[in-house]
Design a protein around this ligand. Structure first.
Ligand SMILES: [Zn+2]
Length: 428
């Protein structure tokens, strides 16, 4: 048997165990069509390497039991490193997306990159020490598409190319030298979709959109099973699509245009509308508990909404209506079967989410209307999880075995998964 053929059979068994585990050798034999002896030999090798484990047994009648095999979730790990405004995050995660450790490193404005690299290297080494005894397959670095050491509010006008070059040419080789692990770089544009597809609400879904609702409005797109980055790596900039071109005197978005949905309806715009109304004397239950010296938070608005506050209800519904139009435009373009919403604005609760869903569904073409809408909390702080997802997909060579993940769930020792609801709901 050639080495290639052997590697292919081993890869298939490993992916079958990932897809169907806990699963018996008998079922693996039936699923793969390989001889029972070959399945026994390959699974023995995988057990010796601790990539899989024996996990319980299933009854096959007459008091006989079959041992079940599962991927060794606690053994296979990877590190993910991401950047947000003012912060670098490092996570250590298992192959099933469970985050074992998380470190948040504050980035001071104007921090030197040498200091930042030093701090990241120290924390990465500490994380690896904590994972001793497990197999760490690599490190995934998220390219943030902005420069977190020069971040001033929403500023895509600040060139980030230097920072991206620094990640590629400085941080990556230093990390590789220090940890002796392979380091891969992934664009922030693709990571939400990659994380949701492997660990979150979009498992098994080939056409979906992830929409971030926070200080900005971004999207991450999966078309026919391919996560899309675009020619220049900036696909999905939904926030800078114009939804209101009627007001020529409107203040400009930081991207240089008027009427961008982000400029009028992402969280900073919503907060500014509410604060301006408060300052102009509009009555609101916010006045009773909100300290005007503090920044307005999602929790404050949510509390006012729960108290039936008319002013907050008006602005939240208006923002949700506009965001919904932008999302509906994306749905019309791409015809997804699932739209995953994430980001801290989803914490505004039912008043926001209901209006958002109404607005999306009112503005999509009827022919594209058969999509599901889900709220995910997988991604709130976990973009590095997308990098980890991609490392494991490469490790398992999932692309070669993608058909395995489309196989139906029924089988001798498979337990059927719970059916998904069509309504908007949170995911685990
Ligand atoms: Zn804009």
């Amino acid at each position: 048997m050639t080495a290639d053929y052997r590697a292919q059979r081993r890869g298939l068994i490993l992916n079958m165990i990932c897809r169907f585990g806990p699963v018996s050798r008998t079922r693996l034999t039936a699923l793969t069509g390989y001889r029972a002896a070959s399945v026994g030999e390959i699974t023995k090798e995988l057990l010796t390497e601790r990539l899989i484990v024996e996990r319980g047994s299933s009854s096959v009648g007459h008091g006989r039991r079959r041992e079940l095999l599962d991927i060794n979730k606690a053994h296979l790990c990877a590190l993910g490193i991401g950047f947000s405004a003012g912060c670098a995050s490092l996570i250590a995660a298992q192959i099933d997306g469970v985050i074992l450790r998380r470190v948040e490193l504050p980035i001071a404005p104007g921090a030197s990159r040498a200091e930042l690299a030093g701090a990241i290297l120290r924390e990465a080494v500490k994380l690896l020490e904590a994972l001793e005894g497990r197999e760490v397959i690599g490190i995934g670095l998220c390219n943030p598409l902005f420069d977190p050491t020069a971040y001033r509010g929403n500023s895509i006008l600040t060139s980030y190319l230097h920072f991206n070059d620094w990640i590629d040419l400085q941080l990556r080789p230093q990390l590789e030298a220090q940890t002796q692990l392979p380091v891969s770089i992934f664009s922030a544009v693709t990571l939400p979709a990659l994380a949701e597809r492997r660990f979150g609400a979009a498992r098994g879904v080939d056409n979906f959109l992830c929409i971030e609702l926070s200080n900005g409005l971004g999207s991450s797109i999966c078309c026919s099973g391919h996560v899309v980055a675009g020619a220049g790596g900036v696909a999905g900039e939904l926030g800078h699509t114009v939804v209101d071109a009627s007001d020529r005197g409107a203040p400009l978005c930081y991207c240089g245009k008027a009427g961008c949905v982000e400029r009028t309806s992402a969280f900073p715009a919503l907060a500014a509308d509410i604060l301006a109304a408060l300052d102009s004397g509009v009555s609101s239950s916010l006045s009773a508990f909100y300290d005007r010296a503090q920044p307005l938070r999602v929790q404050d608005i949510r509390r006012a909404l729960a108290e039936g506050d008319q002013m907050c209800t008006y602005y939240v519904r208006r923002a949700a209506g506009r965001l919904g139009i932008a999302i509906a435009n994306a749905v019309n373009l791409l015809n997804p079967e699932l739209v995953v919403l994430f980001g801290f604005m989803t914490g505004l609760g039912d008043v926001f989410l209901r209006q958002l869903e109404t607005s999306i569904r009112e503005n999509v073409l009827a022919l594209s209307g058969g999509f599901r809408l889900r709220v995910s909390d997988t991604l709130e702080r976990d973009l590095p999880l997308g990098a980890v997802a991609e490392l494991f997909s490469a490790y398992l060579r999932v692309a070669d075995y993608s058909w395995v993940y489309d196989l139906p769930d029924s089988g001798a020792d498979g337990e059927s998964k719970e059916p998904e609801s069509d309504q908007m709901e949170g995911s685990e």
